[in-house]
Design a protein around this ligand. Structure first.
Ligand SMILES: Nc1ncnc2c1ncn2[C@@H]1O[C@H](COP(=O)(O)OP(=O)(O)OP(=O)(O)O)[C@@H](O)[C@H]1O
Length: 359
């Protein structure tokens, strides 16, 4: 568990003072994969680096598993730091050394004996899938393999916490996926709490259970990932969500409203955590005298939970459309009617429909 309590960090540059962290209060629970997202300069790196004292807070506290590291003796601090692994955007590996030497380094520095080192290096290299690369030099590896070495080196001291500093930002999308999958295993198989900073919302979507959004040294929003994606509150959060989940209604759908007659309604069906596999659309068409045309869809997955929306046109009598509407709502699918402002054709909005169909 990591607790930031009123944590502030100031840097002095010439006469100016930069408040990189401005009274941060945040708790990362044991077992979390906690993401911190923000634009460049928001304070993410500084936040991460206060956890292992690469940066010391100016005021406030950071507690790691209940301990304030600034209060420890040098010897105690050395021991506690073994609990905190870290991986970096540019890997921070020693290029003139082999994979084995890089991974073994923390154990060598702590004076472990050779047989223990060999056994542990073998174990972590097998875990990250590089058991056959132990004697390769770092320069002979791809970016993804280098990050695997970074992860193996971080795991070698058996930490309870792993800090990830933009760990996939230098990797292509495919390699990013494989590294994120590996980090998920680090969390689920070793029970390691992960705190990661990123500027990519895809990373948050793919791996995190909780997320905090940072701006100007402050946390402006924090919640579980499903809530953040389904109901972002702050503009910056909304922008990040929009970058991966296009939840706006396309112009082509609004244009259909101009030609709609009394027998049609357009609805935005929002799926959050319901089984998209359930054949709601085809059931509606079978159960009611209603035709269903799918106009647009965007469904993704958040932590194995379907999430997204489907825009459908229901065609039929007002009574049958209302029955279909109530039936779909009964399946825990949120429905909003897509409507245009009276007399306006450029400024459209959505209206939540209660239980009545507007006619
Ligand atoms: N060592 C330092 N000396 C002076 N200012 C610093 C130092 N480190 C960070 N800052 C400043 O603190 C603020 C936060 O920086 P930080 O690197 O934590 O942000 P970030 O969100 O991680 O950004 P990026 O994604 O670009 O790394 C910035 O204004 C930055 O210029």
């Amino acid at each position: 568990m990591i607790e930031f309590i009123n944590t502030t960090k100031e840097f002095h540059v010439g006469q100016a003072t930069v408040k990189a962290l401005n009274h941060i209060n945040l708790t990362i629970q044991k077992g979390d994969i906690f993401g911190v997202i923000g634009f460049s300069g928001a304070g993410k790196s500084t936040l991460l680096r206060t956890v292992n004292l690469l940066e010391e807070p100016t005021s406030g506290e950071v507690l790691v598993n209940g301990k304030n590291l600034t209060k420890l003796s040098k010897k105690q601090l050395r021991e506690e730091k073994k609990n905190i692994g870290m991986i970096f955007q540019h890997f921070n590996l020693l290029h003139s050394k082999t994979v084995f030497d890089n991974v073994a380094m923390p154990l060598v520095l702590s004076g472990a004996n050779k047989s223990k080192i060999a056994a542990q290096v073998q174990e972590v290299l097998t875990f990250v899938g590089l058991q056959d690369k132990a004697h390769r030099f770092i320069d002979e590896l791809s970016g993804g393999q280098k990050q695997r070495v970074g992860i193996a080196r971080a795991l070698i001291t058996k930490p309870t916490i792993l800090l990830c500093d933009e760990a996939t930002s230098a990797l292509d999308p495919q390699t990013t996926k494989s590294i994120l999958a590996l980090l998920k295993r680090v969390n689920s198989e070793y029970g390691i709490t992960i705190l990661m900073i990123t500027h990519e919302m895809e990373v948050i979507r793919d791996i995190c259970n909780r997320v905090a959004v940072m701006e100007n040294g402050q946390i402006i929003e924090e919640d579980n990932v499903l809530h953040i994606f389904s109901a972002p509150k702050q503009d910056t959060t909304k922008n990040f969500v929009q970058s991966v989940v296009r939840n706006e209604i396309p112009q082509s759908v609004y244009e259909q409203l101009n030609v709609i007659d009394g027998s049609k309604r357009i609805y935005n069906m929002k799926f959050i955590g319901v089984d998209v596999g359930q054949p709601v659309v085809s059931q509606v068409a079978k159960k009611f005298a209603v035709d269903v045309n799918v106009l647009f869809g965007n469904i993704t997955e958040l932590q194995g939970i379907p999430f997204g929306h489907l825009i459908v046109e229901l065609v039929g009598s007002a009574t049958e459309i209302q029955k279909a509407f109530l039936y779909i709502q009964s399946k825990n699918i949120h429905m909003e009617e897509v409507v245009a402002h009276e007399g306006e054709h450029t400024d459209y909005h959505q209206r939540t429909v209660g239980y009545a169909v507007h006619g």
